[in-house]
Design a protein around this ligand. Structure first.
Ligand code: NAP
Length: 259
């Protein structure tokens, strides 16, 4: 399917690896020129080079912490006013509900709620002026059903979801859509980082921990960044203009809900 976004300019945050990279790959395959971002310059440059080589699009990497104001300023100075914005950042650490104090919550809110809100506030006005824009926020299945060990993520991402629900309906008349894409378990570094402590606690190998977790997913496997990226690119396409303020689960059926 031609996504109709060839030549559009996309900013994809936190995209040297994992789900962000999957989104960047799919947008590059659709012919978008990209600004990519991550903190580590080396992996970021390698990803940028791979996308240029494989898809023949312009790719500009900006090494910066997207959760800091100065990092965002540097990224936005390069990205200007993109047609497409994909927000993403690392997820908060796991723990128990009783572990976290005010500073932990502030850090999680900063990274996973206030950062995407700041990026949207910066990018939406030009999209609205041009009469076309797409925003996809990478959140988590934890906004539909809480993950007990990820209380910081549950809290911060649900706050973002509430903001998007109201904001998406205020910008839609100008041709701008905002939607959230909710990953379930995907085979990325983040998933491996969460499997490690489980394996240690249970006294089993990482492979066994992964197999047990995969067995809890109806499709019986982890998702891939490629699948996730394809869903993101569709939400950014010309065909998705009537999809507004939605929360699309990409979780292999893991969240046991009717709607
Ligand atoms: P990942 O494989 O660890 O990749 C994270 C990417 O983001 C890397 O490119 C990393 O590069 C970059 N990054 C992290 N923090 C950043 C920051 N502060 N500023 C700029 N770039 C940053 O993670 P992932 O699995 O793709 O997960 C992406 C998001 O989805 C996370 O918020 C995660 O919690 C959420 N999620 C993932 C899953 C899953 O199963 N994978 C499930 C639910 C939710 P640098 O480290 O070099 O900055």
């Amino acid at each position: 399917m031609d996504l109709g976004i060839k030549g559009k300019r996309a900013l994809v945050c936190a995209s040297s690896k994992g789900l962000g990279r999957g989104c960047a790959e799919a947008l590059a395959a659709a012919g978008c020129d990209l600004v990519l971002n991550a903190r580590g310059a080396e992996a970021l440059e390698q990803t940028a080079e791979a996308l240029r080589r494989d898809h023949g699009v312009d790719v500009t990497p900006v090494a910066a912490d997207i959760t800091s104001e100065s990092g965002r300023d540097r990224v936005l100075a390069v990205a200007g006013s993109p047609d497409i914005l994909v927000t993403n950042a690392g997820g908060p650490p796991p723990g128990l509900w009783s572990d976290w104090d005010r500073e932990d919550f502030i850090a999680a809110l900063d990274a996973n709620m206030l950062t995407p809100i700041a990026l949207m506030k910066a990018c939406l006005p030009a999209m609205m002026d041009r009469g076309w824009g797409r925003v996809v926020n990478i959140t988590s299945q934890s906004v539909r059903a809480p993950i007990p060990a990820l209380g910081l993520s549950n809290a911060a991402r649900t706050g973002l979801t509430g903001y998007v629900a109201g904001t998406a309906r205020q910008v839609a008349a100008q041709g701008v859509t905002i939607n959230n894409l909710l990953p379930g378990i995907h085979a990325t570094d983040r998933a491996n980082a969460l499997d490690g402590p489980v394996a240690e606690r249970e006294g089993i190998s990482i492979e066994e921990a992964r197999a047990r977790r995969a067995a809890t997913i109806p499709v019986r496997r982890y998702g891939t960044s490629e699948e996730f990226g394809a869903a993101c690119a569709f939400l950014c396409s010309v065909h998705a203009g009537f999809i507004v303020g939605q929360n699309l689960l990409a979780d292999g059926g893991a969240t046991n809900i009717t709607m």
